[in-house]
Design a protein around this ligand. Sequence first.
Ligand code: OOG
Ligand code: NI
Length: 464
Amino acid sequence: MKDAVFVSPDDIRSAFSAAMSAMYRTEVPAYGTLMDLVADVNAATLGADPVLRQRLEATDSLDRISEERHGAIRLGTPAELSMMRRVFAVMGMFPVGYYDLSTAGVPVHSTAFRPVGAEALSRNPFRVFTSLLRIDLIDDEMLRAEAERILSARRIFSDAAVELTAKAELEGGLGGADADRFVAEILETFRWHDRACVSPEMYHRLHQAHRLIADVVSFKGPHINHLTPRTLDIDAVQAGMPARGIAPKAVVEGPPSRRCPILLRQTSFKALDEPVSFQSADGGWSAGSHTARFGEIEERGIALTPKGRALYDRLLDETRKIVRPTADGSNAADYVAALSKTFEHFPDTWEGIRAAGLGYFTYSVARRAELPGKVGVSDFGRLVAEGVVRFDPIVYEDFLPVSAAGIFQSNLGDEAAQDFVASPNQQRFEADLGAAVLDEFAHYAAIEKASIDKCIRHLNGQRV
Ligand code: OOG
Ligand code: NI
């Protein structure tokens, strides 16, 4: 008989996220410094705000507040992407959303592998923003063929990683010893290799085509390029970086600082120039450097409905027409001022956001009440106003393409901005992935609807 005592995918994900964190801190010491700063800022924020502390105690596990929430990798081939999908599924992470970054001058398209469902997210929300190189966007045909040849020769997963993934699929999970081995084997795929697998000349040609192409093609595997803990005060961390000897990117991406946080705010320290060696045709090694790895922080707010998202996109667009943040930070203050001003048009109370249909909420019964008849969805406005039903924002768990592009750009070297013709190709991405990506809006809407249905059942049952 098969041993059916499987480790839960949530636990495998937690073990994996912890192992990545430990590895990345030793690989990139500046990242450890950032983690310390985040922990200090979070402790100070909680100390100054007992209400926030109480709320987090009730809804989150407070002791995990500063742990990593996401990381990112860049893959080279469809086969790598579809295998990565199978690997992440073992950890309860599924592809949500499609992000086309070609519009922003970055030759990739992406998805986020993440846990779905409130339960899994609360156990551990770790996600991996995963990009696939758009090799079709390399103009130089010879170079494209060379890049394809180099990529097709590499194996980014160990044999044991592939076997354990297949075993998990076949048997429906992994037992304790297998789960441990799985995490250790998968970790290898994300490890940094300071020996490039191309010659200095090839690296240079790839780099000329786009820095990101060099990053994907020149190495043995898709090294984790950043990890991102959650902060309770992103502006304080941004401001505190220079004093700890780390250089922040010019501006915080996303919405401005608000009373009611929306979507996602992110910033990072700039990628480090790291020593690597290249192998020449004669077999010798020569020293060089490569810039790819950094540390990031995130602060999350409410998930927006398509209507709320359209308003967000419009206001961001308007801001960027007034001031476009430059890479050197010289107009950062003007940008922040313009952003705050433009976003005055986005309601900044939870009830304002709810009443305008801009955000997703969960609803719950706040108090017993005498109700005149059977309650339905149409009564919700009134029940909320009367305080019978309370509502809480649903946290945004996904990413923002303009922000992601800003993060990419500032870490590829700021002169790297380049134009590609916008060419979203979700169908192609899904074919390469071997599955459709989940629709983020449908996901939040379903969580909201389930909470409303539960309330209605509760209220109607209570009335009898
Ligand atoms: C990914 C950049 C996007 C985010 O948080 O938006 C990202 C990358 O640089 O590979 O991680
Ligand atoms: Ni990121």
